[in-house]
Design a protein around this ligand. Structure first.
Ligand SMILES: Nc1ncnc2c1ncn2[C@@H]1O[C@H](COP(=O)(O)OP(=O)(O)OP(=O)(O)O)[C@@H](O)[C@H]1O
Ligand SMILES: O=C(O)C1=C[C@@H](O)[C@@H](O)[C@H](O)C1
Ligand SMILES: [Mg+2]
Length: 181
């Protein structure tokens, strides 16, 4: 249980790559008048290199170490909306720190809907490089259990970005009203 009052806890969005964490996080931040932090962008800003290049030059382990350190630092901040990278919850320490300090929404998208988005993702996401559709489906299935660590799940199939953001804001307002204090 967090020491930070519910209303002041940062909101964290998790889910497989491409489900919309960055896009929807920006919309939620705008609707709540909060600062938005995207962990991939924060890594890129500090490392002066996009994730794809960090993976290629230094390897995934270096990226994950950096990712963990930055999330541990940022999750303690209040009143932010934070979008994680799709693989951040592979690390138990990341799950634990987020569960202990923030309110976590899992953006759940079915494989059937996700696969139609592949062309938007294939060039920029290093973990998709060199994989065929069957291998990507395997990665998608293998990753699903890590996202079970959340406070709220949203099924996002056939939902517009603004609709999903509105749903998150409405459910937060209800929780804040019910559990004020
Ligand atoms: N609900 C939606 N409907 C249609 N397109 C969407 C929706 N949500 C996101 N997209 C599109 O899918 C693409 C990937 O979205 P985004 O970059 O926000 O995903 P992400 O979850 O942050 O991925 P990553 O884990 O790799 O950072 C973008 O082009 C975005 O516009
Ligand atoms: O799912 C993943 O492992 C990743 C997702 C992206 O958000 C980036 O964090 C990076 O490309 C790794
Ligand atoms: Mg993102």
């Amino acid at each position: 249980m967090s020491n930070i009052p519910l209303k002041e806890q940062s909101i964290v969005l998790i889910g497989f790559m491409g489900v919309g964490k960055t896009t929807i996080g920006q919309a939620v931040a705008r609707k709540l008048y909060r600062d938005f932090i995207d962990i991939d962008e924060e890594i890129e800003r500090r490392f002066q290199m996009p994730p794809k290049e960090i993976f290629a030059k230094y390897g995934e382990a270096t990226f994950r170490q950096y990712e963990k350190e930055i999330i541990s630092e940022i999750c303690h901040k209040r009143l932010k909306v934070i979008s994680l990278g799709g693989g951040a919850f592979l690390q138990k320490e990341v799950q634990d720190i987020c569960l202990a300090t923030t309110t976590i929404f899992f953006l759940d998208l079915s494989w059937n809907s996700w696969k139609d988005r592949i062309s938007l993702l294939i060039d920029s996401r290093p973990v998709l490089q060199g994989k065929n559709m069957e291998e990507i489906k395997e990665l998608f299935d293998d990753r699903q259990p890590i996202y079970e660590q959340h406070h709220s799940r949203i099924i996002t199939d056939n939902q517009e970005i603004e609709e999903i953001a509105d749903y998150i804001v409405d459910s937060l307002k209800l929780a804040w009203e019910l559990y004020a204090g």
